[in-house]
Design a protein around this ligand. Structure first.
Ligand code: NAD
Length: 276
């Protein structure tokens, strides 16, 4: 039986009785091959859920799905492509019988530099990967969840969704858009028993921040050191910190939370405001 609350079950192998909120819970995690998405996939499966990882990094995504076992699958998904998005959602339902959580998380930094030197194609690409993707995911997840009568959507916004000066222009504009989309859609889908919220990470140790810090997406140590030095708490936000918040928003403990944006930055944004 699929429920929102905690349930008890005996696993299919006749193993011990386990209490879990995620017994048959299923998720599609975009950008799940790396960073925050990979942490979410790991936590979701560890909690007893089943998860489809959608990404364009096929080798990495497949390796993670293999590591996580039969509760996890990989699907090639370019989040800017509507056919890909529809297919990944359909395949999640085909594979695991439901779509209880859509985690719209894939992202890039995109166009850098001053506004007068931002090329329009780079702007369009950034907005497409960050914002069009959220729109497409929500558009195709909602009818599936509506027919189930339940479901939770979580989008990865950013502290750059909340104010300016924290990221490049296209990134900041697109992330403001993600938060706007979440608020707008929340007002519609609450009536169907569905919820949508976003997590807003501060600087988080991942390939994305590592490539900004050192030009090498694999140099997570450099990202850790730089972000720790910049943080008021002396340590950076990790991908697991953000995934835990997303998992909470997707789960039964957040049953009355709809249209919220949860900052995951150790309070650094507040500290920065206080210092002004
Ligand atoms: P990451 O680079 O480790 O992961 C991003 C993933 O998105 C990668 O696996 C990448 O292949 C995938 N991706 C990129 N373009 C895609 C596309 N077109 N289709 C499908 N997948 C695609 O970085 P991360 O930090 O884990 O980023 C996850 C999200 O968190 C992003 O939306 C990012 O903007 C957001 N975020 C990150 C930080 C940070 O400091 N790292 C801060 C705030 C918000």
């Amino acid at each position: 039986m699929r429920v929102w609350g905690a349930v008890q079950y005996v696993n299919e192998e006749g193993g011990p009785e386990v209490e879990s909120d995620f017994v048959t819970r299923t998720a599609l995690v975009t950008g799940g091959a790396s960073g925050i998405g990979a942490a979410m996939a790991r936590q979701f499966v560890a909690a007893g859920g089943r998860c489809v990882i959608g990404d364009v990094q096929d080798e990495r995504g497949r390796a993670l799905a293999r590591e996580l076992g039969p509760g996890c699958r990989y699907e090639h998904l370019d989040v800017t492509d509507e056919d890909d998005m529809r297919a990944a959602i359909d395949r999640t339902v085909d594979a695991f019988g439901a779509l209880d959580c859509f985690f719209g998380n894939a992202g890039i930094v995109g166009a850098l530099g001053p506004i007068e030197r931002t090329p329009a194609p780079a702007w369009d690409r950034t907005v497409s990967v960050l914002l069009r993707s959220a729109f497409l995911g929500v558009k195709h997840a909602v009818p599936v969840m509506r027919s189930q009568g339940s479901g939770a959507i979580v989008c990865t916004a950013s502290v750059a969704s909340l104010r300016g000066g924290l990221g490049p222009h296209a990134y900041t504009a697109a992330k403001h858009g993600v938060w706007g989309l979440v608020r707008s859609v929340a007002a519609e889908i609450g009536a169907y028993g569905l919820r949508i919220n976003c997590v807003a990470p501060g600087g988080t140790v991942s390939a994305l921040s590592a490539s900004l810090v050192s030009g090498d997406g694999d140099d997570l140590d450099a990202a850790y050191r730089r972000l720790a030095a910049a943080s008021s708490s002396g340590r950076p936000t990790t991908a697991d910190d953000v995934a835990s918040a997303a998992l909470f928003l997707a789960g039964p403990g957040a049953a009355r939370i709809n249209g919220a944006c949860l900052a995951v930055d150790g309070g650094d944004d507040l500290v920065a405001h206080k210092a002004r």
